[in-house]
Design a protein around this ligand. Structure first.
Ligand SMILES: N[C@@H](CC(=O)c1ccccc1NC=O)C(=O)O
Length: 305
């Protein structure tokens, strides 16, 4: 009889890969077709910096707002042009393998979302080597609670994470809000090109600054934790999204995470899976600067359904 392990597919294909192949699969920039790896990373960062500059120049923004006492615990808030009393809030958790990236180059989606009356928050958290995974999860938890306390009459908080940021956002599906004294009005999750089972990362160069042990990886893998919990809000929508040109391992991670969501979605949560055509790991977020982009439209339709 086959033994199927809880939370993971019956076979973990990465276990039979060579070290070189595993490194390749978990290096998103190597799968970019339109550009070389280094240029892809440079372009992503440039587009993020430029979008952030525009967002800060044109919009009503509150920058570097502390959500905690530590120096790195700040977030940026971009408010809609015509601010009514209440609005939906889109919270973005940037990626960068928990060791690079920042909120200061991640305001990609601000222009198209604030134009439609959605506030955007970009969260800073202490990346490695300053922070570890448990601290980052705690920081994202506290920043989400902060947003709820700051905007108690919000029309829904929508959490979006990219890549490593999608793992941090997905961990919010499992957060215990009671100790924070507030339950955020979470209405949707956009989990974009994420990693949900962290074990393979242990065997790549990405782990050098992270120092993850197997236990750290398991404790922070939403893929393994999902089967154990109950949802808090039955109206929440979880969208798992991956690019056609993400690596096969990234595609598998997204597909398998989507497949374990029904255990969590028993309470009536709606889960969906989208593989977006013609985009790689970086374009999928870069394109959020455009109002007619497929993912921008999916986000707006989910918020205003
Ligand atoms: N060194 C990585 C960089 C990377 O993965 C990355 C860069 C920016 C935003 C997200 C990323 N991926 C996961 O968090 C790479 O090879 O692509």
């Amino acid at each position: 009889m086959d033994v199927v392990r809880l939370g993971r597919g019956p076979e973990a294909p990465w276990k039979s890969m060579s070290a070189e192949e595993l490194e390749n699969q978990y290096s998103p920039s190597r799968w970019v077709i339109r550009l070389g790896a280094e240029e892809a990373l440079r372009t992503y960062s440039q587009i993020g910096i430029e979008a952030t500059r525009r967002a800060r120049a044109t919009g009503r923004s509150l920058l570097h707002v502390p959500y905690g006492d530590a120096k790195g615990e700040t977030l940026d808030i971009y408010l809609p042009h015509e601010a009514p009393e209440a609005f939906p809030v889109f919270v973005f958790v940037h990626g960068g393998y928990w060791q690079c990236g920042s909120k200061d180059e991640s305001a990609f989606m601000v222009e198209p979302l604030i134009a439609q009356g959605v506030a955007v928050v970009t969260v800073a958290y202490d990346i490695a080597p300053r922070g570890n995974l448990d601290q980052m999860v705690d920081q994202v938890t506290r920043s989400t609670a902060f947003v709820q306390k700051r905007y108690p009459s919000n029309e829904g908080i929508y959490l979006c994470g990219h890549s490593a940021g999608a793992q941090l956002a997905a961990m919010m599906l499992l957060a215990d809000w009671t100790k924070l004294g507030v339950t955020p009005n979470l209405k949707g999750f956009f989990l974009v090109s994420g990693v949900y089972d962290l074990e393979p990362i242990l065997y790549t160069s990405q782990n050098a600054p992270l120092h993850l042990t197997l236990e750290d990886a398991q404790r922070n893998s939403p893929q393994l934790l999902m089967a154990l919990t109950q949802p808090a809000d039955p109206t929440c929508h979880v969208l798992v999204i991956v690019g056609q040109h993400d690596s096969p391992e990234f595609q598998r991670q997204s597909r398998e995470f989507y497949q374990v969501l029904p255990t969590l979605c028993r309470g009536g949560w709606k889960a969906s899976f989208e593989e977006l055509r013609n985009v790689d790991h970086f374009e999928i977020i870069e394109n959020l600067t455009q109002k007619d982009d497929v993912l921008t439209q999916i986000i707006l339709k989910t918020i205003f359904r």
